[in-house]
Design a protein. Structure first.
Length: 269
């Protein structure tokens, strides 16, 4: 049996505290399924089942695309409307996730051009939009999704977590309760930061992306549980790569051991 190092030994009269003991209510785990649309329905079902097993119920969010790549409109799709309402009635938070998810105005240079080329595969929809166009897409998407759900959306999260100046200005005007990017969750309007720390996610579009996301998730399992709020995001493409599913399982199991599965809305309390 290995002796306890002196620096970790409990002092007299003080109970020993194990690292990563079950935390109090303030340690939160926020989990989301991205790219929810009619074209990804079966993969979303598989991911939702997986998350419920790890999280003990519908303690996660879904990010809904109104017209995925302009090939899968949810408007007029009564069957998918029923699915969205069913998920929401289970307690799943529903976020608006852009309008079409495709970058139709890609920047060719500068920081936006770099982000569009290296941080996403042509899916940074809100990276280069003007404030006028960003506002139009946000307003129409919000109205459509709220009409389907019969309740307010939880917030807005841009495709690939990428926002240009026009998108940020539009967010401040429209009145979404929450927004997030790779490194934080904030309250639009006041721009008050509610949580900081990287989101753990996986990429399936190339062998190199798969390897790098597996590496980062393994690092995150060791390093990130010190944070008060952890974020995990999964995508429909993850279900096509067994190694990614294994990494997702390991990450959720590790994080759920130290953080309570929670809702994004709790950050506003």
């Amino acid at each position: 049996m290995t002796a306890t190092p002196p620096s970790l030994a409990p002092s007299a009269g003080r109970a020993a505290v194990k690292p990563f003991d079950k935390p109090g209510a303030s340690r939160r785990l926020l989990v989301s399924i991205h790219d929810v649309s009619p074209r990804s329905e079966s993969a979303v079902d598989a991911l939702a089942d997986r998350l419920q097993r790890h999280l003990g119920g519908a303690n996660f969010a879904m990010l809904v695309i109104p017209d995925h790549w302009r090939e899968a409109p949810i408007a007029g799709n009564a069957a998918f409307h029923a699915r969205l309402r069913h998920w929401a009635d289970q307690g799943i938070e529903m976020f608006l996730h852009g309008w079409c998810h495709r970058d139709e105005t890609p920047a060719q240079s500068g920081l936006s051009g770099f982000k569009g080329k290296h941080m996403t595969a042509g899916e940074g929809e809100f990276l280069s939009l003007s404030q006028t166009e960003a506002t139009r897409r946000m307003r129409e998407g919000k109205a459509l999704l709220e009409d389907i759900l019969g309740k307010p959306v939880a917030g807005f999260i841009a495709p690939a977590w990428l926002y240009g100046p026009g998108a940020l200005a539009a967010l401040d005007d429209i009145g979404f309760a929450l927004a997030e990017d790779h490194m934080k969750v904030w309250e639009p309007g006041s721009r008050r930061v509610l949580s900081r720390g990287p989101v753990v996610t996986w990429a399936s579009r190339s062998p190199g992306r798969i390897r790098s996301s597996l590496w980062f998730a393994a690092l995150a399992r060791r390093a990130l549980p010190v944070l008060p709020t952890l974020r995990v995001a999964v995508h429909p493409g993850d279900v096509t790569v067994p190694a990614l599913l294994g990494s997702i399982d390991a990450t959720l199991a590790r994080f759920a051991a130290s953080h309570r599965p929670a809702r994004y809305a709790e950050l506003l309390a």
